[in-house]
Design a protein around this ligand. Sequence first.
Ligand SMILES: Cc1ncc(COP(=O)(O)O)c(C=O)c1O
Length: 468
Amino acid sequence: MKMLSKKALCNSHGQDSSYFLGWEEYEKNPYHELRNPTGIIQMGLAENQLSFDLLESWFQNNPDAAGFKRDGESIFRELALFQDYHGLPAFKNALVQFMAEIRGNKVSFDANKLVLAAGATSANETLMFCLAEPAEAFLLPTPYYPGFDRDLKWRTGVEIVPIKCTSSNGFRITESALEEAYQQAQKRNLKVKGVLVTNPSNPLGTTTSRHELNLLVSFIAAKGIHLISDEIYSGTVFSSPSFVSVMEVLIERNLINTEVWNRVHIVYSLSKDLGLPGFRVGAVYSNDEMVVAAATKMSSFGLVSSQTQYLLSAMLSDKKFTRNYISENQKRLKQRHEMLISGLQNAGIRCLKSNAGLFCWVDMRHLLSSQTFEAEIELWQKIVYNVGLNISPGSSCHCTEPGWFRVCFANMSQETLNLAMERIKSFVDSTITSNSQNHHQKNRNSRRKSLTKWVFRLSFHDRESNER
Ligand SMILES: Cc1ncc(COP(=O)(O)O)c(C=O)c1O
């Protein structure tokens, strides 16, 4: 007799992806400068640890908030009992204002359209439950955040159909790629319910351009489907072009209160911008009253604890603090990003030009033994086990081209990042030396082989399999 449900056993969770396997390897042998200096450095985790000192000093200066007091009086009992799935009004107001602040106050948000959830994970899944039936599809541009296989598909039964973006145009979304994905879904007999994008993109670290946003809005308008914009990295944009929220585009196109307006939904969370993934604070923002009502009912399954809401409502209401935090955090991210780029450049590795996020999209195609996903995994294994860096292979992000990797830079100290760059440089230097030795050896061999016709044929097969 089967003891577990099909849901518990089905593997659409994606747990066996190299993205999660890399974390497991890291857990077995984590780097520590004193206790384990040869251990694996975690560069596969999009955490922001660069501005904890700012948060900590705010807590120190505001002991009432962290001590669950209001005007010096304990509100412990009030917080202990509060479990309304509508959330604390003060927190929702503070959160929508913070979201507006991040967008340069070019757009404003209404707290009544905001539904709290336990992180963006929960918010994205809630939207899937609200918008799609099992076996209906959402289109996602590739490469995409590996967690989406779990968050969007696993429990809901929703399917993801890739919008295939490529390096030829910097992985930008095009009209033809959108159309092709839509056709592909239809070929698979999947009804398309919407498109989901991350803006800024995880794993690319780029902001979605106004042109792409316009394409997306026109596309969902024409097809009569939804658009979800996961804007979890909106506060991490550290250089131009600046962040444009899809809400801004809707307003520019005079789409307020239209059908399209009601079909655009935003996901947000404090996991990245404030670096608080452990606090589990996320939200769905929707212009559609019915979506808000349904998501609110569903939020019983993933509430944000009352003490977290209380603490953060005080912090986010402190405008002077939030303004300073946002700009200082962006400065620090920019500096780290530059360190990573120049460290990789020093090792002869280039990245996609990026302006946001906690990671870079790194081009290691020249280090592959062949342009295949097998070779990508082979290289990834070397980097994890021999070099001691856990990075995420592009295939775990459903990239259609082998040789790209996501490398995170904001979850470690400057010294650790420097060490990681030293490790990668000596790896690349030794790979290039051994490749050129192999190449000379191969050349010598193939010259010998080309002496006779049938030997020539053999060498042709060798070359073909190398080039695959
Ligand atoms: C694009 C994207 N969406 C959602 C999440 C999940 O975030 P949370 O910790 O708020 O659940 C992540 C986390 O890495 C992410 O990158």
